[in-house]
Design a protein. Structure first.
Lengths: 283, 315
C-alpha cells in the first residue's frame, strides 16, 4: 500500500483504509495496556476513529519533523487516553512501534499520561482534565499572531465537560472568534464513577456549545464519512470555533467493555485481553 | 540617607518594564484576568493591543491559555492577584507551566496583609510556599519598584517559569535606578557581625530600619535582601549565618513554607544557628489600613528588632 503523505493537505485516504488502521490501533491499545497491566482502555477505544481520521486523513504534519512550525496541532485533553495517542503516533512513524510495550514502565517515554518533554509528537501534558481547550485557545491565538495557517484540534472527554475551565476556555475561544480551533467531544456517555447523565448530567451538550457561540456539528463517532465531513466543515467556518460532538461508545470494539465504567481505568488480565483481541479481528 | 525616602510602586514598575520588554522582545505576549488595570498589564495592552489578551475572571483559563501560547513559541506574562493566581490555578501552573518548564512569567500581586481594607480573602499569605514547592519554578519577591523592574526584566529575558510576587502599596525605595541586581544573587544591604536579617518584599525596608535601631542598641546587624527565594542564594545566606551566628528572617507571608522555611531548610543541613522567623503566624488577615495590619500581624521594624535582640541574647 502506498505510504500516506502526512504533510499533504489535500490527500485522499480511503474509508476502508482508515477502518483497517483503526482495527490495528485498537489491537495496539489492548496489547500495550495488557503489557502495562494498568491504564485506561474505555476512553482510548471509544475515540479511535476520531483520532485516526485526523492523523491519517486530515491533519498536516510530519512524523520526521515533529516540531515543524506549520504542523496542525492535536491536543489530547483527555490525557488518560494516552494509549490511543501513542498507538496513533507510532503508527504514523513518530517513534518505533516496539516502544509501545514500554507504556507506564520506569524510564519510558510513554508516560501513564502524555508528557511532551519526553515523547515526540505529544503537544501538551495530559492528566488533569479541562486544561486542553485553554491551551488550544492559546495556540490558536499564537497562530493568528504569527499569521500561520495551522489548525488546532482538541479532543475532550464528555466527563471532562464537568470541569469549569472548559467553559472559561469556550467563552474565550468565542470572544476571539478562533475559527482555527476545533474541539472534539468524545461523547461516550460514561465517566469513571458511572454514566455521565447520573454522575453529572451534561445534556443538552450540543446546545450548551451553541449557547457559548460555537459552531456545532454532531456526528456518529464511527462513521468516517461524517467525521471527515465535519472536519472539513470546521475548516471552512469563519469567525467561530467549531465543536464536533461525536457520539461514541465507551470501550468500543470489545463487547464486555462497552458502556462499562468499570473499564474506564482498569485493564483485564492477559487471557481476557487475548480474547478481546480475537473478538476485534472477527468484527 | 535623605529624611524622606522616595516612594515606589511595584505595579507601576511592572507596567514600565512590560512596555520596554514589549519593544525588545517581539514574541512577548501578556494575558490578564480582569485585573489588568490594577496590575498595569493594561499599559502593555494599550501599547501592543494585538499582543494582549484579557480572558476575564477566569484564572485557570488564563494560565492554560498562557501555556498554549508558550507551547506555540511565545514568551508569556500573565498576572492577577496572588490569592487568585496561584490560588485558583495551582493545578494548571503545576501540570502545564512547571511540568513542561514553559516560558511563562506569573505575576502575583497583592501579596501579604499590606493589601489593607479588602480583607483576609484578598491577602495572599501562602503563595510563596505553594510556588516554592513546585519543581522547575523560580520564585522572586522584589522589595521595591526599582528591584521589581530589574528582577522582572531579567526573569523575562531568561527562559522558563517564574513566579514574581508583588505587594499592593507604594513603599519606600530600598534601591536606586542604578543599583545592580541579579536574579539568584541575594543583596547584602548592610554589613554586620552579630545577627543577620534575611528579608524579602516590604520587609526589607523594615529590616534596614531595625538594623539602624539595633546599631543604636549596640548590636551589629547584617541585612540581606533574599529577593530570589528559589533558587535560594545558598552561598550568601550560609556566609551570613557563619559570620553572625544568628539569623532572623522577615517576610509578609505565613511563617510556614516561606522564606523563613527556605532559609531554615538550608541552614539546618549546613550550618545550624539560632534562628527566629518574623512573619504571619499561620492565621488569615483581615480588613484595616496597611500600617495597622502590619503592626497587628507582627510585621514591623519593632518585631524584627525584638527578634534580633532575642537571637543575639541566646547565642
Amino acid at each position: 500500500m502506498e505510504a500516506i503523505q502526512f504533510a499533504e493537505p489535500n490527500r485522499y485516504v480511503s474509508v476502508e483504509r482508515l477502518q483497517a488502521i483503526s482495527r490495528q490501533i485498537r489491537k495496539d491499545i489492548l496489547e500495550m495496556l495488557s503489557e502495562a497491566g494498568s491504564g485506561h482502555p474505555g476512553g482510548s477505544l471509544s475515540a479511535v476513529e476520531l483520532v485516526v481520521a485526523l492523523y491519517f486523513a486530515k491533519m498536516v504534519h510530519n512524523p520526521l519533523d515533529p516540531k515543524w512550525a506549520d504542523r496542525d496541532r492535536f491536543l489530547l485533553s483527555k490525557g488518560h487516553a494516552a494509549p490511543l495517542l501513542y498507538a496513533v503516533l507510532a503508527e504514523c512513524g513518530y517513534f518505533p512501534k516496539s516502544e509501545l510495550k514500554t507504556l507506564r514502565k520506569l524510564g519510558s517515554r510513554l508516560q501513564g499520561h502524555p508528557d511532551p518533554t519526553k515523547l515526540p509528537g505529544v503537544e501538551i501534558p495530559g492528566g488533569p482534565e479541562g486544561i486542553g481547550l485553554s491551551e488550544g485557545v492559546g495556540m490558536a491565538l499564537a497562530a493568528r499572531l504569527d499569521r500561520k495557517s495551522y489548525r488546532v484540534y482538541v479532543l475532550m472527554g464528555d466527563g471532562e465537560l464537568n470541569e469549569g475551565e472548559v467553559w472559561e476556555a469556550a467563552m474565550a475561544a468565542a470572544k476571539y472568534k478562533l475559527d482555527n480551533l476545533t474541539a472534539i467531544v468524545d461523547r461516550n456517555g460514561v465517566q469513571q464513577d458511572g454514566l455521565t447523565e447520573q454522575i453529572m448530567p451534561i445534556e443538552p451538550v450540543a446546545n450548551k456549545w451553541r449557547a457559548f457561540n460555537w459552531n456545532v456539528i454532531e456526528v456518529d463517532g464511527y462513521d468516517f464519512e461524517q467525521i471527515l465531513g465535519a472536519i472539513d466543515e470546521a475548516r471552512s467556518v469563519r469567525n467561530k470555533p467549531t465543536v464536533i460532538v461525536a457520539y461514541t461508545t465507551k470501550g468500543k470494539g470489545v463487547e464486555f467493555m462497552e458502556w462499562q465504567s468499570e473499564y474506564h481505568g482498569k485493564v483485564p488480565d492477559k487471557q481476557t485481553v487475548q480474547k478481546a483481541i480475537e473478538e476485534l479481528q472477527k468484527r | 540617607m535623605s529624611a524622606k525616602p522616595i516612594q515606589t510602586s511595584m505595579r507601576d514598575a511592572l507596567g514600565e518594564a512590560l512596555v520596554k520588554l514589549g519593544e525588545e522582545i517581539p514574541e512577548l505576549v501578556v494575558v490578564g484576568a480582569d485585573t489588568s488595570g490594577s496590575l498595569k498589564l493594561s499599559v502593555f495592552g494599550s501599547k501592543f493591543p494585538q499582543r494582549f489578551f484579557n480572558v476575564g475572571i477566569a484564572e485557570q483559563n488564563m494560565v492554560g491559555v498562557a501555556a498554549g501560547l508558550a507551547l506555540a513559541g511565545k514568551k508569556v506574562v500573565c498576572g492577577t492577584y496572588a490569592v487568585f493566581m496561584p490560588g485558583r490555578a495551582v493545578d494548571q501552573i503545576r501540570n502545564t507551566i512547571a511540568y513542561c518548564r514553559l516560558d511563562v512569567k506569573l505575576v502575583g500581586s497583592h501579596g501579604g496583609v499590606s493589601v489593607g481594607p479588602d480583607g483576609g480573602s484578598h491577602q495572599a499569605l501562602e503563595d510563596i510556599a505553594i510556588m516554592r514547592s513546585i519543581p522547575n519554578m523560580n520564585v522572586i519577591v522584589p522589595a521595591d519598584g526599582f528591584s521589581t523592574k530589574k528582577l522582572f526584566t531579567q526573569a523575562c529575558r531568561s527562559v522558563g517559569p517564574y513566579y514574581v510576587r508583588l505587594a499592593r502599596p507604594s513603599s519606600p525605595a530600598v534601591y536606586t535606578e542604578d543599583t545592580e541586581l541579579r536574579v539568584g544573587r541575594a543583596e547584602i544591604l548592610r554589613d554586620g557581625s552579630d545577627v543577620a536579617i534575611i528579608a524579602v518584599g516590604l520587609m526589607v525596608d523594615k529590616a534596614l530600619g531595625a538594623a539602624q535601631s539595633l546599631r543604636e542598641a549596640g548590636v551589629s546587624a547584617m541585612v540581606v535582601d533574599s529577593h530570589t527565594v528559589k533558587p535560594l542564594d545558598a552561598e550568601t545566606i550560609l556566609s551570613a549565618a557563619r559570620t553572625t551566628g544568628a539569623v532572623v528572617t522577615a517576610e509578609e507571608h505565613n511563617v510556614f513554607g516561606g522564606v523563613g522555611s527556605a532559609v531554615a531548610e538550608l541552614l539546618v543541613k549546613t550550618h545550624p544557628v539560632k534562628m527566629e522567623m518574623v512573619g504571619v503566624n499561620d492565621v488569615f488577615g483581615e480588613s484595616g489600613e496597611t500600617d495597622e495590619l502590619m503592626a497587628k500581624y507582627g510585621l514591623t521594624e519593632k518585631h524584627i528588632f525584638e527578634a534580633a535582640m532575642k537571637m543575639v541574647k541566646q547565642k
